[in-house]
Write a new protein. Sequence first.
Length: 100
Amino acid sequence: KEAMKHVERLAKQLRSEKAPEKSLAELQEVQGSSVHGLTCREVVERPSDEILERVAEMVFKMVQNIMNGNGFSYEVPSRARNNQMYVPELDRNVLKDNVS
């Protein structure tokens, strides 16, 4: 019984001492522009209003290009398995630089 109390205290302490999350940008500052020799993108959750704002900006630029006679194109980072890489320093997957 006493041992379990000790384990519970240690577990609570570990939860409260959670290390701050690292970002891909911070890791790239340390390692240069690439991670493990590859150019990567971090997938980050964003609030809905920020996403809507970015989409509106992209649509506006696209319409401007079309009206200027330039047409439009866009690139989307590939989420295919061979374009993903686990980065142990971040404890998560990141996308490599392939686009579709």
